[in-house]
Design a protein around this ligand. Structure first.
Ligand code: 13P
Length: 252
């Protein structure tokens, strides 16, 4: 069985002090959880302090983005090696907010995935359709294009987690129904199977993201191909994020 992942994407929230306070409250709440892989993605400025306070815990560290070069004259960018240096195990790539506001394309997403893997970072690759795309029946086309583009010549499926985040469900309080999530996740797994073979595709965790809350995570997780969640707003409070983690434990 695939081990569920629950990941917090804090987006542009929390100072270093707030990060320290969150972690010192959160870690004891989940210290007994073994059946869920827990990941937190703070902003870059909080990564070092997060690494320090997460040490020895069962919570892993992720960054929210990276640049694909190792070093050089790229003002404002952060390299894969710098993320390894602050003990990140994961990095989120291709979030819809980056695609929407910062010009991210499948090509640049692919460069980031490649660079992350080369540096030994696991990738949480985000894909998902807008409302307009869903309403015009293009959901599967969009998912297929984002997957094949983002994963071009990426040959380490064991270093890969996919996050299906329908753009219309992000920060809107409008969650996909468990059936809508399952339909998309099943399609994604079929695509992964075409790329990596059925056996590898069965091992890749596919997370759902978009208004995940303590109250709806269990019904989403009850679906066969939903292997976890990527949580924005509801990951900002220790109690609520800990509840999501606990409610995500799948019935055997
Ligand atoms: P919300 O949980 O706030 O809808 O955000 C989802 C998301 O974008 C996680 O990456």
């Amino acid at each position: 069985m695939r081990r569920p992942v629950i990941a917090a994407n804090w987006k542009m929230h929390k100072t270093t002090g707030e990060t320290r306070d969150f972690i010192t409250q959160f870690v004891p709440l989940v210290e007994d959880v073994q059946d869920v892989e827990i990941v937190i993605a703070p902003p870059f400025t909080s990564l070092a302090v997060a690494a320090k306070f997460l040490k020895g815990s069962n919570v892993k560290l992720a960054a929210q983005n990276l640049f694909w070069e190792e070093k050089g004259a790229f003002t404002g960018e952060i390299s894969p090696i710098m993320l390894r240096d602050v003990e990140c195990e994961y990095v989120i790539v291709g979030h819809s907010e980056r695609r929407q506001y910062f010009g991210e394309t499948d090509e640049t997403v692919n460069k980031r995935v490649r660079a992350a893997h080369q540096a030994g970072l696991k990738v949480i690759l985000c894909i998902g359709e807008t409302l307009e795309e869903r309403e015009s029946g293009k959901t599967f086309d969009v998912l297929k294009t984002q997957l094949s583009g983002g994963l071009k010549e990426i040959d380490a499926p064991d270093m890969l987690v996919i996050a299906y985040e329908p753009v219309w469900a992000i920060g809107t309080g409008k969650t996909a129904t468990p059936e809508q999530a399952q339909e998309a996740h099943q399609f994604i797994r079929e695509q992964l199977s075409g790329i990596y073979g059925a056996q590898e595709a069965q091992k890749i965790r596919i997370l759902y993201g978009g208004s995940v809350k303590p109250e709806n995570v269990a019904s989403l997780m009850s679906q066969e191909d939903v292997d976890g969640g990527l949580v924005g707003g509801a990951s900002l409070k220790p109690d609520s994020f800990a509840e999501i983690v606990k409610n995500a434990i799948k019935e055997a």
